[in-house]
Design a protein around this ligand. Sequence first.
Ligand code: RB5
Length: 144
Amino acid sequence: MTDGTVALASDHAGYDLKEALRAAIEARGLEALDLGAHGHGRVDYPDFARAMADALADGRAARGVLVCGTGIGISIAANRFRHVRSALCHDVTTARLARGHNDANVLALGARTTGVGVALDCLDAFLDTPFAGGRHAARVEKLG
Ligand code: RB5
């Protein structure tokens, strides 16, 4: 059962925010699958986007959260995998609509651009909002 598991991955720039997100996920009674990074040592964000794509592909988690400095690089890298729909969000509205309209399975956040409080609110919106389906379903289907 992967619905109760949220995968998490970051580069070094996103490490501290990832740790805060992990605590919030666990406080909700969910399991956090931590794919690294495991410290502040410099790493390359595409490697962690790939780790997320692999975890979603093999069913270890059905959804995940990615963090890098801006959220841009790691989100671009994740979206190169067809089964990943990563949405870079900066506020609750984008996080809510990323789920409702885009059926995003990955929330991407920027640790250098988004404060911890807003990031945690984005996490809540991402985890609590169902896909609206309807007219959005055909559009998501066209993403391939
Ligand atoms: C790392 O310095 C930084 O480039 C990375 O975290 C991210 O912001 C890239 O998009």
